[in-house]
Design a protein around this ligand. Sequence first.
Ligand SMILES: [Zn+2]
Length: 273
Amino acid sequence: MAYNEGQDPIETCYPKEIMCSEHLPNGKLVEFFIRFRRGAEPEFLKTLGLLREKNARELYGFYDANLEKDEAYVGFFMDISNIKDMTPEKIAEEFKKTEGVLEVRFSQRMLKDLIIDELFFPLLVGGERSFTLRVESFGALLKRLYEKFGTGAAVILYEMGVSLGESKVEGLVKKYKVDKQTALKIILAERSAKGWCIAEAEEANGKRAVIVARELFECLPFRNKQEKPVSQLFRGYLAGIFQRLYGKSFTVSEVECIAKGDSVCRFLVEAAK
Ligand SMILES: [Zn+2]
């Protein structure tokens, strides 16, 4: 595993923030987009350093390189409330003068102390068009589903999970052409990169597997609140993955769940007899 052996990944991992919005009381927030020739990073950082000396503070940013075009760009939020005599226009001019910089854009349309990203769209995760959903919202959605449809909701969620798992395997096989074990490893690693949970296979073969999921988004809203395991979507997802990988039926049962007070969610995957 990528994290240090014997250490709890929940404690050793840092969160990954997606650039979306920033609220800073008494701040004056601006968003910048700067595109430059690859290799011009030191000049860009020099300009940024000069702005920092004037008390500009960058709050969040990301870097993306385009090897084909030999270009890179950065996006970041900056608080300029403590800079004297500098407007966003003037700061943009400073960046434009920087050697290797090809394009500068900025946005400052929201309230003074709240900024929401308006320069970047669509949101890509691993190069694929994605959208985000808060774990809390998903929990509310699940609760409503169960209120309205009772046990029918569990069936719907499980089937949705199966189709997600099946299409995941199909996409992956097309993209990477890997063997079954590697495909499973990639799929589980991606769950953490995409914020679902930290998943790990304790054992896995064509007949049986034990999958441990930490902080699973589906069960988090119910932590310590239920008497039975609650995962249906992820349970179905695992079934879909194993069925498509091995070309036969699997049953998946959640034997431990954070909803009923366990420390992790643990799934037992078994080939149907
Ligand atoms: Zn669970």
